[in-house]
Design a protein around this ligand. Structure first.
Ligand code: SF4
Length: 351
């Protein structure tokens, strides 16, 4: 059996240095075949050796790297406008967790043009992921949202529509609209679970119970809509066991993708006050990387990893400041995964 990763330290038997035969397995395919899972992801041969990244998924599915255009739907959030609460989640900045998104008051055409300019130095494709990132993208006048999202999804340069929202803002009419959008182009819906520890969820004013998330994932999966779940690593009072429980819960509920997000303390948030009063400490880079190394083996191999870190807007970032050096964080993380031979899903083999 041949393996093209020999030069990168693969210890599996290698017969020859020649290009592998058609039909022979790659290192990644061998790894995933050996995992006990009822479902094998579609793999591409340049997939990450350690986890199934969004980049791997997109290249396999669309044949090229697609960049995200960070846009705003102009929605607010029921956790901010008084419907559920006024302060929002304690970690949420004034930008509604979409500090890199466009301005919702600007027409979509202009938002897309600005967003394209931002990625023009990196993108070699004329197709993009239209990512409505800020606040609660399914909260508000449905007629307006319908017009906005239909405009986005019918554009030739939009390959995927991605909407971030809350699981308690997915009523029957919203689901009908999402199903309609998903029939035009693939739709991804991002849900902020943040933690499965309900005491911590209450502490950060998340504003819904875990069962609401569970129901939302079921409803979206039933419509064939891909769900991406945000989990925050480092919330006050949480430990490794909490992070593991959150990851297991999201995967058991049927999330398609995961975003593991380092907790950032941002200026102007309730979390910043708690941090300054000594209520909790943020994670060190080594601690964070050790946690990721513990979590990846618990994540089924078919779950797409959309993010393993995250960088808060530097202008309002209070802590941890090391997270501002994204290149250093990613390089250290990748080196550590390699040194420890960490593999997504490996702990599930004998489970
Ligand atoms: S649900 Fe999202 S937008 Fe609303 S307060 Fe929480 S993090 Fe911010």
């Amino acid at each position: 059996m041949t393996c093209k990763q020999k030069d990168k330290g693969c210890k599996r038997p290698h017969k020859s240095k020649k290009r592998r035969d058609k039909g022979a397995e790659s290192h990644t395919e061998m790894r995933f075949r050996n995992l006990v899972t009822p479902f094998r992801p579609r793999m591409c041969y340049n997939a990450s050796m350690y986890y199934y990244s969004l980049s791997d998924y997109v290249k396999t599915e669309y044949g090229e790297k697609l960049y995200k255009l960070s846009l705003s739907s102009g929605c607010t959030c029921p956790n901010r406008d008084g419907t559920l609460g006024v302060g929002g989640c304690t970690f949420c900045s004034a930008g509604g967790s979409g500090d890199f998104a466009g301005d919702g008051a600007v027409p979509l055409e202009d938002q897309i043009r600005f967003a394209k300019e931002k990625v023009s130095g990196k993108s070699h494709s004329d197709r993009y992921i239209a990512y409505f990132q800020s606040y609660t993208g399914t909260y508000g006048d449905l007629g307006r949202l319908r017009d906005l999202y239909m405009e986005a999804v019918h554009r030739e340069d939009v390959a995927v529509l991605s909407i971030a929202t809350r699981p308690d803002c997915l009523g029957p009419e919203v689901l009908d609209l999402l199903a309609e959008l998903n029939r035009v182009k693939p739709l991804w819906v991002e849900l902020g679970l943040q933690t499965a520890n309900e005491a911590v969820a209450d502490h950060v004013h998340r504003g819904y119970r875990n069962e609401v998330y569970e129901r939302a994932v079921k409803d979206l999966n039933a419509l064939g809509i891909k769900v991406i779940t945000h989990i925050i690593i480092g919330l006050p009072g949480e430990s490794l066991e909490d992070y593991k429980a959150s990851v297991r819960f999201a995967c058991d509920c049927g999330t398609w993708g995961l975003k593991l997000q380092l907790l950032h303390v941002l200026e102007g948030t309730a979390l910043a006050e708690e941090y300054r009063s000594g209520g909790f400490a943020t994670l060190l880079m080594d601690e964070y990387i050790n946690i990721i190394c513990e979590l990846l083996p618990l994540i089924p191999p078919e779950v797409v990893i959309h993010r393993l870190t995250g960088d808060g807007p530097k202008k309002i970032l209070i802590s941890p400041l090391w997270s501002g050096n994204k290149r250093l964080v990613l390089n250290t993380l990748n080196r550590t995964l390699k040194e420890r031979n960490i593999q997504q899903g490996s702990a599930l083999q004998n489970a």
